[in-house]
Design a protein around this ligand. Sequence first.
Ligand code: NAP
Ligand code: ZN
Length: 351
Amino acid sequence: MYKAKAYAALSAASPLAPHTIERREPTPTDVRIEILFCGVCHSDLHLVRDEWNAAMPAVYPVVPGHEIVGRVSAVGSAVTRYRAGDLVGVGCQVDSDGTCPDCRAGHEQLCANSVLTYNSPDKHTGGVTYGGYSESVVVDERFVVHIPTNLDPAGAAPLLCAGITTYAPLRRQGVGRGTRVGVVGLGGLGHMGVKLAHAMGAEVHVLTTSARKREDAHRLGADGVIVTHNAEEMARYAGHFDVILDTVSAAHDLNTYLGLLRHHGNLTLVGIPEQPFVISAFTLLSGERSIAGSVNGGLPQTQEMLNFCGEHNITADVEVIAIHEVNEAYERLSKADVKYRFVIDMASLKG
Ligand code: NAP
Ligand code: ZN
């Protein structure tokens, strides 16, 4: 074990503050990574404040962070895919059993024994896993990905969660040229959804509560913007979309969005509000529409998404912050005031 500097929340009511954690020495299959940048996902905020309650209880101290980009500083004797100096990423998972049908299919995120990057039982330490708001991390090479070297490392960090979480359902729904995609919520996930769907060749509309984001939405690649509290704008798009990707982090009425789907259209939920939804059976069945859920993505598809982003030169639009600014960033995130992902420069932890 070695000691590493980190930022942690000690309770649901306390701000994030400096904290020292223990990391394991690399086992033969491990990679040690010195973290350069870590994105701030709304899931970090939900969990730090224990907003998901029994569905995913927070175990304090919580060291969040699952959008990690860093440099390999050491590798175990059996590691084959990485060596010191490589620019690499770590996303939402750091382990799984590797043997179940989901793991064998490359869907590690669905494995019953999947270990999340933070707040999951850690078989190595006996405690819980600690995430990327830290100077370094040690991860099995199966859960490490290569970052294309043409991408800016700070802008690439959000690809590890916001990128794959939007890429996976867009691919699953067969999004491409001719597909009409609606992205609900223009935050971290939403703005990646817009960039990725646009790069896949789809027609993309942003559905937003924030009229002030209209210009940004167009700049990010949207063909149109619908301000969702404007009933006239909403009515104009009834039955328009093949796919709606819902990235909203708070309670909202799904039925108003379902009506915008064409017959047999699909709404995929990626946002995780703390409250359950109320669904009108009539709205669903009158158009034989479907609702699905999607959770980040497996390792093969994460690497595929990173390669796609490398080819299309796609990164997140980021506000780079020092780690002591993270509590202020959480306040802004809770007010949907982010352009469009906060990313922590981990060099600020050393100062
Ligand atoms: P974010 O940056 O805060 O963006 C969320 C956006 O939702 C806001 O920018 C806002 O967009 C919209 N919004 C917020 N409150 C709303 C309300 N009351 N009604 C309607 N719209 C509202 O958050 P994020 O990091 O993208 O994460 C979004 C959600 O996805 C979170 O719940 C997070 O936990 C979840 N998540 C899920 C996965 C997964 O694997 N499924 C992975 C990562 C994150 P507008 O201003 O445009 O309306
Ligand atoms: Zn996330």
